[in-house]
Design a protein around this ligand. Structure first.
Ligand SMILES: Nc1ncnc2c1ncn2[C@@H]1O[C@H](COP(=O)(O)OP(=O)(O)OP(=O)(O)O)[C@@H](O)[C@H]1O
Ligand SMILES: [Mg+2]
Length: 221
């Protein structure tokens, strides 16, 4: 499970601190679906990036399975995250000059998988999300929703223990959103994975085992 103990996070913008998370405590259980919800600007993506170890809190500590997560050394953090945590980014973060097949294959390299297996698994996941016929397309040659599906295939193919999914259904039609939800729920129910979703409303609350509401004061409210 993830546990946040009194974490705070601010950003320094134009010479002043913008507080985003203040003394936040939460527990997000393993092998289940946790949903972080709240209005735009409340800090959902910020919290997810802290859980992913892509950024660090200014104060407080984060624990994973009872161990305090590395809080500054980037090398240690990359080791911690490798093959364990998959991140589905709100803006996908697909490498723009690589095809979607190459994007997925690249995510499998650190798992020590052979070339043939990487290719097979990447095609398999592209098929599962309905994009195999587009495997040689660049992200920019896909619609935004199709990029969302390619990013889902990339994260699922790597078979992490934990998926942190930031607005996984925000850019797709309702039917495609349901397909994305099914893949993510299957990851938890059949594969014993841990799923943390951040969403301002497009991921149904009833699918979550645990809902954590961020309720600070969004900067623009
Ligand atoms: N890199 C950054 N530099 C400066 N400020 C930032 C940065 N990242 C986030 N913020 C600030 O943190 C606040 C929270 O941003 P965040 O992206 O976490 O919100 P969110 O809850 O995910 O919103 P949304 O629902 O729109 O995705 C923003 O209002 C922004 O001002
Ligand atoms: Mg966000």
């Amino acid at each position: 499970m993830f546990e946040a103990r009194g974490i705070s996070k601010s950003f320094r913008v134009a010479g002043r601190d913008v507080p985003v998370l203040k003394d936040l405590h939460c527990k997000l259980p393993s092998r289940s679906v946790s949903l972080i919800t709240g209005r735009s600007g409340e800090g959902k993506s910020t919290l997810l990036s802290l859980l992913a170890g892509l950024d660090f809190p200014d104060a407080g500590e984060l624990l994973f399975q009872g161990d305090v997560m590395p809080s500054s050394a980037m090398g240690r953090m990359a080791d911690w995250r490798r093959n364990r945590v998959g991140v589905l980014f709100q803006h996908f973060n697909l490498l723009p000059s690589w095809t979607i097949l190459q994007n997925i294959e690249a995510a499998l390299i650190t798992g020590g998988m052979g070339c043939a297996e990487r290719l097979l698994r990447s095609h398999d996941w592209l098929k599962r999300v309905g994009l195999d016929h587009r495997h040689d397309h660049l992200p920019s040659q896909l619609s935004v929703g199709q990029q969302q599906l390619a990013a889902l295939a990339r994260v699922m193919a790597a078979e992490p223990q934990v998926i942190l999914a930031d607005e996984p259904c925000a850019d797709v039609d309702p039917e495609t959103g349901e397909a994305i939800q099914r893949h993510l729920l299957e990851f938890v129910r059949a594969g014993n994975g841990t799923l943390v979703v951040a969403s301002h409303g497009t991921f149904p609350q009833e699918l979550a085992d645990c809902v954590f509401q961020l309720s600070g004061h969004p900067i623009d409210s």
